[in-house]
Design a protein around this ligand. Sequence first.
Ligand code: NDP
Length: 489
Amino acid sequence: MPELFIDGTWRAALAGGTRDVVNPYDGRVLRTVDEAAEADAEAAVLAARRCFDAGTWPATPVAERAALLARTADLLQRDREEIARTETQDTGKTLPESRVDVDDVTAVFRYYAEQVLVDLDRTVDVGRDDVVSKVVHQPVGVCSLIAPWNYPLLQMCWKVAPALAAGNTVVLKPSEVTPLSTVHLVRLLAEAGYPAGSVNLLLGGGGAVGPVLTGHPAVDLVSFTGGLDTGRAIIRTAAETVKRTTVELGGKNPQVVFADVDLDTAVDVVLTGVFLHAGQVCSAGTRLIVEDSIADALVAGVAERAGRIRLGNGFDEGVESGPLVSAEHRDKVEAYVALGLSEGARLVTGGKRPDGDDLQRGFFYSPTVLDSCDRSMRIVQEETFGPILTVERFTTEAEAVELANDTAYGLAGGVQTADVERGERVAAAMRHGTVWINDFGPYVPQAEWGGMGMSGNGRELGPAGLHEYLETKHVWRSTRPGPVGQFTG
Ligand code: NDP
């Protein structure tokens, strides 16, 4: 079955393009999928436009839209295992992690099925008895939804669920590297019964289809999750037609640890915060900022545990981390470690490809800890998107906050301390979209997610994640129309 879905029909690319999708665990081709080009992108955008303008989906009563979202959630759970297996093959992440992703997006669809029923409209008292004034909300229109490769299903669903709930029509573009779970998602959306043209799927390189998705006059909104440079390019293109944009970009996320913590717990939180999914997480806590008096002990503990993380095939029982997503990405991570060492960092553990026959075909890299770092280094300031932890030390709370905020990004951060007031104080002072106290990583559909600074703008999840896809309109009705009296001639 072909993989492009346009105007309710599965079809191949007009120019016949295809692409091999590779399993990062062993480098084998998983599937050859259709690869869209500009003409397919144009067709998808126009199908979404027609569906929106005809009102087929936006005019569907909100209760029916909510019911379809709930049905999507049921279908996701029905196919949970198959989707999770697909995600693990495609991304290399462990099967338990992929199952968590499917459960998360199920919860997101359920959340927006309820949230969209909350009536946001209101009447405004304008102080006149001859006027009815209302503020109402409407879908924005045609939305281009562009997702990265690290959490393909999750990042796409955080966009699709609120966009559809609000009554928009959508064109989905997953990363060319990891499109397979999104293909499954769109099959489920088609099965659930969203009308033709409301959901369209393009597989294809960002360079080929991106300019259409972000620049075509028929597109009203672009929601993008990905890297900083791509985000900037998208904002520039979208600016030509003043589209609404939501961009969720990278992060260089601090984990601040004070000396009063339980050391074993702190080690565990830091370890998970940075090395989950081989560090390929936008909110990975890659910057350890630790109070000087416990720094040696904490770093030794993290390094020892990092050296024991079981790398391997995400399908195998007991494997704790998979490979990096591609050979090119591993090259980038290796180059960053070399850069860090040349800048004066001290290698504590990792810093190489792992040994082991079963790890040679895939794109593995050992969890790496670099001590003796400082904020002037590029390894501390730039997103590596790999399993690399840098270590900086502090002596005062003010210094810890200053270091944590010394980043162009501002996606997420954490603080660990036994002092409740200090935890709240530091969390309040941190300029990051999410802050965890004595934890690192959890997110829920009910709470907004997004970045400050160069981590992006706009929010996903929570009520604000729905508002991104709604226009606010003021309707003023004069109940006793008569001459205004401004001009008398
Ligand atoms: P990229 O920015 O390379 O790509 C993201 C998506 O944008 C892909 O689908 C890509 O297509 C597409 N794209 C590329 N060029 C264009 C273009 N000119 N116009 C439109 N779309 C385009 O990011 P990665 O896939 O490498 O993902 C990693 C990045 O994502 C990291 O920086 C990470 O921090 C960030 N991220 C942020 C999150 C957040 O919530 N803030 C969450 C997860 C990741 P293709 O690759 O198929 O060519």
